[in-house]
Design a protein around this ligand. Structure first.
Ligand code: HEM
Length: 391
């Protein structure tokens, strides 16, 4: 009886220890300032992610021409549509950024996350009958470029059927697009597998909002292992592409006051109003909205018109922020806190700032590309990027 009591006591003590470790882990993750100071290379999610199971030139034996086909297709597409690289960059970010926390029971004090760069955003229906496709979630409604990924996959399927994942094609095409419009090169490891399901609720809840303040989005990035510098560098993606009128108009009603954000310089506000007139005015002047250039994108009422972020992959995004000319609230928030503001000033500097930004962006993109990927026997290799294999 005495032995039984002792064993029970030990079990209870162990359970309390495990619980304490879990609580410690959860509370430390919810404090963004702690994570901002982590080593930029070594972090929780990089360690626990299966990125180490990706490899350089994974298809060297199974489909040696795969990467070349992606590059060639992308250069053809980009020569006709300069707006595709930013569209894919955003598509890729939205694919990688969602995560479902799950507790690793072997290593209880780590909380693992699954479902990152797994091509789930590309599915046009959900295999879960109670849910809808991830790409129809509100933050994803203005995503573009699905048709180009489908076309590249089709070309790759012709030479190696059922071998190359859509998640890898999206990662490679994103990198190639960035390089082809003058952005920095970064190596992309391959061997990702495709998700069988799509994550509507996670996309709805996990993708940062243009109305988020600096604390909110630093926390979201920190939870995925990105420190403040990496976050500022990644937001530099807003150097290229466009912001739809839906998000621009939101700035005309600052915090529900009905008045524009007072921090917007007058000339920029005029330009915003000219390009994105009130919805009522648009409806009375043009009864039929202009069709989206991407026929496969989910129709977005708010994206008939837009403001350009800029053409070149340089540091103008950061220079604009210093003049208060961020197009969306969250971008401008980068200047609202000392830590991030200092990095913005460094990237905007004429003394090597742009080179520093390009280097940091490339490093952060490597990290984003490896976020919580599926490898080995996980997931599947889809035959068409918009459909799970068994349909
Ligand atoms: C706080 C984080 C972020 C927020 C709140 C945010 C929000 C937005 C919004 C609202 C748009 C305009 C969408 C529309 O037209 O309706 C946009 C565009 C874009 N975003 Fe972000 N974003 C964030 C981070 C990122 C990151 C990390 C990347 C890539 C690494 C990225 C890449 C892009 C690109 C390239 C565009 C232009 C897309 C196009 O031209 O179609 N964004 N973002």
């Amino acid at each position: 009886m005495a032995i039984f009591t002792k064993v029970m006591l030990v079990i209870w003590l162990l359970m309390i220890l495990v619980l304490a470790l879990l609580i410690f882990r959860i509370t430390s993750l919810s404090n963004p300032t702690d994570l901002q100071h982590q080593d930029p290379i070594v972090d929780v999610f990089a360690i626990t992610s299966p990125a180490s199971r990706l490899s350089y030139d994974f298809y060297r034996n199974s489909c040696p021409a795969a990467e070349e086909v992606v590059w060639t297709m992308m250069s053809q597409i980009v020569s006709e549509h300069k707006d595709v690289p930013p569209a894919l960059l955003r598509l890729f970010f939205h694919d990688c950024f969602i995560q479902i926390p799950c507790i690793n029971l072997v290593d209880v004090f780590w909380i693992n996350a699954i479902q990152g760069c797994d091509g789930s955003v590309l599915l046009n229906s959900s295999s879960n009958p109670n849910s809808t496709a991830e790409r129809t979630a509100i933050p994803n409604r203005t995503l573009r470029g699905f048709n180009h990924i489908d076309a590249i996959k089709e070309a790759v399927e012709k030479i190696c059927p059922g071998v190359v994942s859509c998640a890898d094609i999206l990662a490679l095409a994103t990198r190639d697009g960035v390089v082809q419009i003058g952005g920095p090169y970064y190596p992309v490891l391959t061997g990702r597998r495709d998700s069988k399901i799509s994550y509507f609720n996670e996309a709805t809840n996990h993708i940062p909002r243009p109305t988020d303040n600096v604390t909110q989005f630093l926390r979201a990035f920190a939870q995925r292992g990105f420190n403040a510098r990496e976050t500022v560098a990644l937001l530099g993606a807003h150097n290229i592409g466009r912001m739809g009128c839906g998000v621009i108009r939101a700035r005309f009603n600052f915090s529900g006051t009905g008045n524009p954000d007072p921090s917007i310089p007058a000339d920029l506000l005029n330009e915003m109003r000219r390009r994105c007139p009130d919805q009522d005015q648009v409806n009375s002047e043009s009864p039929s909205p202009a069709p989206s250039s991407d026929s496969s994108a989910v129709p977005a009422k708010s994206n008939n018109n837009s403001m350009p972020n800029g053409e070149k992959f340089d540091a103008h995004f950061y220079k604009n922020l210093l003049k208060g000319r961020g197009l969306i609230f969250s971008d401008q928030q980068l200047t609202a806190r000392g830590t991030t503001s200092r990095i913005v000033r460094a990237y905007a500097s004429d003394d090597g700032g742009e080179q520093a930004f390009r280097r940091d962006f490339a490093r952060a993109m490597i990290k984003l590309s490896n976020l919580n990927v599926l490898t080995g026997d996980e997931g599947e290799i889809r035959l068409s990027c918009s459909l799970p294999r068994n349909t």
